[in-house]
Design a protein. Structure first.
Length: 231
């Protein structure tokens, strides 16, 4: 399948509509969106009449979504519609009256249109097989392919034992043991980054998500944080 510069399948271009172009949401700031398209990065807002009556929890754009965009010469571009999703992560939240007598569970999409979910766990004191099982369930539910990434292999102890524990719950899910610091195992990840492919990273704070992103990008694009023991 051929893709536009921003990763949108060219075969889907007719879904945009005449005079509109596809763009991808890269960040959400309340009512304003950062989007990337073939013409570069810009900001956009929803065309209110186009989204009137829709549920903000499910039908509004999230990070990774493709949208049909009307570019404006001055000011923010306009998002005219949300384009079809191939996968998504959702989280539940409650909505209801202030008095708390009526509550409704809503599913809010937080990321969309990814091919792989990198389920990350460090091989130090963050290592937790039960958590990895929960990650696997979330990943399969999303519609994307899970990939287990075990980080900090350069400083870990009992690596062989921990690897066997993960294999016991992983099934056919690929497992990669890496170190973003030394480069160990990084070459194995290249196969997941073919043109038009997208991966999301799931793991606790300090597990190595930012370090891995920086190593893959070849530059510091994310701030590295220490592990929070209560996360």
């Amino acid at each position: 399948m051929d893709f536009t510069q921003n990763g949108y399948p060219k075969a889907w271009l007719p879904a945009c509509g005449e005079g509109l172009v596809p763009a991808r949401v890269t960040a959400v700031h309340k009512d304003r969106y950062e989007v990337a398209g073939d013409a570069g990065k810009t900001y956009a807002v929803l065309k209110r009449s186009a989204f009137a009556g829709k549920s903000a929890a499910e039908e509004f754009p999230a990070v990774g979504d493709f949208v049909a965009l009307r570019r404006e010469e001055a000011g923010d571009s306009l998002i005219m519609k949300l384009l079809p999703r191939t996968s998504r992560f959702s989280r539940s939240h409650f909505s209801g009256h202030a008095a708390g007598y009526v509550k409704t569970v809503l599913a809010q999409t937080v990321a969309a249109n990814f091919d792989y979910v990198f389920l990350m766990s460090s091989l130090n004191h963050d290592f937790n097989v039960a958590r990895m099982e929960r990650y696997l369930a979330m990943a399969y539910h999303s519609g994307a392919r899970p990939v287990i990434i075990l980080t900090k292999a350069d400083v870990a102890q009992n690596k062989a034992e921990k690897l066997e524990e993960v294999r016991a719950v992983a099934g056919e899910t690929p497992i990669h043991m890496i170190s973003a610091h030394t480069g160990q195992g990084m070459g194995e990840l290249a196969a997941y980054f073919a043109p038009g492919k997208t991966a999301v990273f799931l793991g606790s704070s300090g597990v190595g998500k930012s370090s891995l992103v920086n190593a893959l990008a070849g530059e510091e694009v994310m701030t590295v944080k220490d592990i929070r023991e209560d996360d």
